[in-house]
Design a protein around this ligand. Structure first.
Ligand code: ZN
Length: 66
């Protein structure tokens, strides 16, 4: 039987999770969206790496601009 963490993590597909991660760069997410994303990132290395990459790029861009 799959764990509850696993089930919640896959409530959001990788496709949806990466979309939410990209949207997070442009707008603030609702508490519900953030929670669902956290649940997915807790079980998915691929999307965790994607989020880190985006954050890194955003930081770099911000430093470049200022
Ligand atoms: Zn994923």
């Amino acid at each position: 039987m799959k764990s509850i963490k696993h089930l919640l993590g896959h409530w959001l597909s990788c496709k949806d999770a990466s979309r939410v991660v990209s949207q997070a760069q442009e707008r603030s997410l609702s508490a519900f969206e953030r929670w669902r994303l956290r649940m997915h990132l807790a079980v998915c290395d691929k999307c965790t790496r994607f989020e880190r990459q985006l954050q890194f790029m955003r930081e770099a861009l911000r430093r470049y601009r200022s």
